[in-house]
Design a binder for this molecule. Structure first.
Ligand SMILES: [Zn+2]
Ligand SMILES: [Zn+2]
Length: 358
């Protein structure tokens, strides 16, 4: 009997003791554990995000801006929808989905500048935006340079019957040089070769409109084209003018000294409106003039400093000090950041010795 009682008592004690254990075990599962688990997951995601951002920022600078800059934009947020805006009667720009596209509408067809990010989504969206202002097909497309946010859909336009025209240096950028020696390639893929190339300039006439493509010099890359529409006094500059400031892609033949020379030639054209490679609004000629003067001043100051024996490690600080923070800050991030210092100094040193790099 007493043994039975003891057993019952033991069972009761164990049962009683187990209740708090169970409730404690349940509580962390139900309330305590989950929030921390979420918190951890969120923390982890934040950490990864930072890591990716860091990589994305560091790598492309050295590799050539097209790669990382574009990849970063595509990987993080869904892209903002493309939007066509009138610049002048018969002239439009399409923003978002890559670099800006210029759309010159005539009753004989469209002349397009730049083809947006590589991919069906971006191509279809661009074509749909153009359709909102004209039923005419795109007869000609110029591409300002090799980066996929401009050259991405060369192949799709060619398949649709558009004559795509590039400076010969663009096709070269696709196959020679670049970070691994095999030419430019982005995370999104490799843009296709354009079937039509020009060496100095190329004029196209359509209806009453005219467009002339020029390669004045190596600037953003060694495949740069600017497109001039003389009858409407508009010029499309690709990434030789972006709202964010200049970005010299040295691995793809970019040149700070060539860039200011190219823009100096652009300024000789009779235009009042410029369409930038990035940035939501058209620019005035005065904006291009300011931009050119800055590039010119930075290049000249750098050559002067190298001639005076300024070591590589001090050149940025010296440029910044001597030209003032306004220009100094503008050029530090994209022209001569850490990853690009060697190539920048190499170009400037060659120029200081009287040699131009190609
Ligand atoms: Zn661009
Ligand atoms: Zn670019």
């Amino acid at each position: 009997m007493s043994q039975k009682k003891l057993m019952v008592l033991l069972v009761v004690i164990v049962a009683l003791a187990a209740i708090p254990l169970v409730s404690m075990a349940q509580a962390p599962q139900g309330q305590g554990q989950q929030p921390p688990a979420d918190g951890q997951r969120r923390g982890g995601a934040r950490g990864e995000g930072r890591g990716r951002g860091g990589d994305g920022q560091a790598a492309p600078r050295g590799d050539g801006q097209g790669r990382g800059g574009d990849a970063r934009g595509a990987a993080q947020a869904p892209p903002a929808p493309q939007m066509i805006k009138q610049v002048k009667p018969g002239v439009y720009m399409v923003i978002n989905g890559g670099g800006n596209s210029t759309v010159r509408v005539t009753d004989q067809g469209v002349i397009l500048v730049d083809t947006k990010n590589l991919g069906d989504q971006f191509y279809n969206e661009l074509v749909a935006q153009i359709k909102t202002v004209t039923p005419q097909p795109v007869k000609y497309a110029f591409v300002t340079h090799v980066h996929q946010d401009h050259a991405g859909n060369i192949e799709r336009f060619q398949k649709a019957g558009t004559q795509v025209i590039v400076y010969e240096g663009l096709n070269k950028n696709l196959h020679v040089g670049g970070p691994n020696g095999k030419g430019y390639e982005a995370a999104q893929g490799k843009p296709a070769d354009a079937k039509l190339t020009y060496t100095k300039n190329k004029k196209v006439k359509l209806g009453k409109a005219e467009a002339i493509a020029y390669h004045f010099d190596n600037g953003h890359t060694s495949g740069d084209t600017v497109v001039y529409f003389p009858d409407v006094k508009v010029v499309s500059l690709g990434d030789e003018f972006t709202a964010a400031g200049p970005n010299v892609d040295y691995p793809n033949g970019g040149s700070i000294l060539g860039w200011s020379k190219s823009l100096a030639q652009v300024l000789k054209l009779d235009f009042d409106t410029a369409i930038p490679g990035h940035g939501n609004d058209p620019l005035k000629k005065a904006d291009v003039m300011t931009f050119q003067k800055r590039m010119d001043a930075i290049g000249k100051k750098a050559v002067e400093l190298v001639k005076a024996g300024t070591p590589k490690e001090q050149i940025r600080q010296q440029i910044q000090m001597q030209l003032g923070p306004e220009m100094g800050n503008w050029q530090m991030t994209n022209i001569v950041n850490d990853m690009r210092l060697d190539l920048f100094y190499q170009e400037i040193s060659n120029a200081a010795k009287g040699r131009r790099t190609e």
